[in-house]
Design a protein around this ligand. Sequence first.
Ligand code: PSU
Ligand code: MN
Length: 312
Amino acid sequence: MAHLSEDFAFSQEVAAARQNAQPMVALESTVITHGLPRPDNLTLARDMEREVHENGAVPATVAVLHGKIHIGLNAEELEMLALATQTRKISRRDFSIALAGKENGGTTVAGTLVAASAAGLKVFATGGIGGVHRHTHFDVSADLPELGRTPMVVVCAGAKAILDLPNTLEVLETQGVPVVGYQTEEFPAFYTAHSGLPVNTSVSTPEEIAQIATAHWRMGMESAILVVQPPPAEASLAPELIEEVIQHALKDAEAMNVHGSAVTPFMLSRVSELSGGKSLQTNLALLRNNARLAAQIACALPSQPAHRIQSI
Ligand code: PSU
Ligand code: MN
């Protein structure tokens, strides 16, 4: 297989962490380019990196800049990405187009899994994964099959509540992805702690997650482990309020004929508008919370030797 090293660029800090086998946490960047409004997007990106540092690991925000896949961004690069107006939302299918066109873009959960796992990272934090959409027309996020083929620990607050959560869990099962509740028995619904849907097991410490991951990898499993934790209690929203807002936003998406990769960014921003900015505060709080737990898991895992990129 071809060497892909020339397509990758590592931040100084990540290059050193790879060399010294230090714990690292991958962070996605679609949340920066498409998921959050400015200037909250830059503040949040910095906050997530700080949470990872404060909990003993090295953050590696993944993005495409000028057609190169960056694993870790320096302060200027992070700012450039957060301020850029022309960015592509990069999932698995979008890399080649973005690389050939020397574009800038934010990587989705799927895109970040592709790039971070090629670089040998094992732990990744995001807000909420994509899933099966509630729309009448067919729309299933590329995050789900990618979780089925990438052996990383992914920390999130469940799947975004704008989705069909029961069907999203069914696809995760089909894809062989264990869903581990961190201090919860329920699959969280992103803006709220409760969906009424059970997780596969519940754990109370990062060490237990590291044990499950170790067993998963020892068996040669190729799928991810999805760690779900509810949004922080003080930031979670009333379930009736948020469901009403989601229903309203879904009707708007339908009326405005929003399709494809534009659906999730549209829904997140409409839900934020309709909730008077409350859902945005929840989103920011749970992202920081997930970065913190991911760093703790990375520190609990046995250290890994440096990894050479060979293929995606
Ligand atoms: N979590 C957030 N905000 C986001 C996303 C996740 O708190 O913007 C992004 C992730 O990058 C995820 C993407 O992969 O939304 C899902 O998009 P789609 O449904 O088009 O696959
Ligand atoms: Mn889609």
